[in-house]
Design a protein around this ligand. Structure first.
Ligand SMILES: *Cc1c(COP(=O)(O)O)cnc(C)c1O
Length: 383
């Protein structure tokens, strides 16, 4: 294998997580698997077929490029793809032709979609996004009447498949009031649309955190990203969940393990500095192991002197600065460590496990960011 590290994807964990998450939905709620950010680092091409095999038929992405990649994997199989973010005007005809659904948040995109639909000879399936307080994208309440009029006039080319919104930080209790307001605002927007004679097929607003915290908002569809990969949106969400479920174990399984090998072992004498500069001074005679994984591979530079990795079943601290292509671990306490030993950056080894979340907190990056920064060219292996 020509790669300094590999990402293993555990097939049985995918099925386990999806079954678990789907069993908690309100009857009739559709599950959409969010696979933006290269399926949160797991690889669209690896994850999508396995999720499909586990029964997922609905996938959500950010861009038309991601939609294209999902579509390539599911050619000829019944499925739905929904673009939640940006679709370029040039991609509209392709999307409409292929029944790919997309969010709309401005009349300009609707106009273009309608033109494209006329040319293609098929209706565009759109999800009207409502601005409820995130202040990113979406139609404001004041625009709804005008929008409804426009939609009536363009019925021939536009099918209103959904009405939707997104919460601004449902993973944190600190945002409770803001999210509650968004919820009310969204319900009002749905009512106003109905009052104007527009009745979308699906209403949806929940991401992972919202689906756990506000099951009453499951509505017709939930858009689940991080949870299906076995990670929690925040520590707070997990703790709150456990408090409601008799403090049981984390019900989800991590799908990913990220592994490398020791490339060199070295002795360092008291008083020497390790790596670039002077950030780490050996306070004792030490043994260190060099691992060929650095920030260019997604192991954040901010883990310098604070990250951890597993070797020989033990947690070893990162010492010195994480380099572009390598990092150094202090293995003094385990003298048998040798070149070629397995190193686990994410996942289990022996009885211990390293979660993205644990080093995520250390580096003050969220799971989301660490996962999606894992480069596409690290090979993914299904196990
Ligand atoms: C990313 C995203 C989701 C999924 O978020 P998770 O927290 O990973 O579940 C849902 N909806 C929208 C609009 C998103 O952008």
């Amino acid at each position: 294998m020509f790669s300094t590290s590999v990402i293993e994807i555990k097939k049985s964990a995918i099925k386990h997580n999806l079954d678990y998450l789907r069993s908690h939905l309100k009857p009739g709620t559709q599950f959409s698997s969010v696979v933006k950010g290269n399926a949160y680092g797991h690889g669209i091409e690896n994850y999508v077929p396995l999720a499909y095999e586990a029964g997922v038929k609905h996938f959500s992405v950010f861009s038309s490029y991601e939609a294209y990649r999902v579509q390539q994997e599911l050619e000829g199989l019944p499925h739905t793809i929904m673009i939640m973010g940006e679709i370029e005007n040039e991609a509209l005809s392709w999307a409409i032709e292929n029944d790919i659904e997309f969010f709309v948040f401005e009349t300009e995109r609707l106009e273009k979609a309608s033109e494209a639909a006329r040319k293609v000879g098929k209706k565009a399936k759109v999800h009207v996004e409502i601005e409820t307080g995130m202040n990113r994208t979406g139609f404001a309440m004041e625009e709804i009447k005008h929008l409804a009029g426009w939609l009536h006039n363009h019925e021939e080319f536009i099918h209103v498949k959904g009405i939707c919104t997104h919460y601004a930080g449902a993973e944190s209790i600190a945002n409770h009031v803001r999210v509650q307001n968004q919820k009310m605002y969204f319900k009002d927007a749905i009512k106003l649309m109905a009052h104007c004679g527009i009745h979308p097929d699906q209403r949806h607003s929940c991401c992972s955190a919202a689906s756990i915290r506000m099951p009453e908002m499951h509505q017709d569809l939930v858009r689940i990203g991080i949870l299906q990969y076995g990670f929690w949106p925040s520590k707070e969400t997990l703790i709150e969940y456990q408090s409601k479920h008799k403090w049981g174990d984390d019900p989800l399984e991590r799908i990913m393990s990220w592994k490398s090998r020791v490339m060199n072992v070295k002795k360092v004498k008291t008083g020497e500095f390790i790596g670039y500069g002077t950030t780490y001074l050996a306070q004792k005679d030490m043994t260190i192991a060099i691992v060929p994984v650095g920030y260019s591979h997604g192991f954040s530079r901010s883990l310098s002197n604070i990250g951890r990795a597993l070797v020989r079943g033990k947690r070893m601290p990162v010492v010195g600065i994480v380099n572009m292509n390598s990092m150094t671990l202090d293995v003094t306490d385990v003298p048998e460590v040798e070149k070629g030993d397995e190193v686990v950056m994410i996942g289990n080894q022996g009885a211990l496990s390293i979660s993205v979340s644990s080093f995520g907190e250390l580096s003050e990056l969220l799971n989301y960011e660490l996962l999606t920064r894992l480069p596409k060219d690290i090979p993914r292996e299904i196990v």
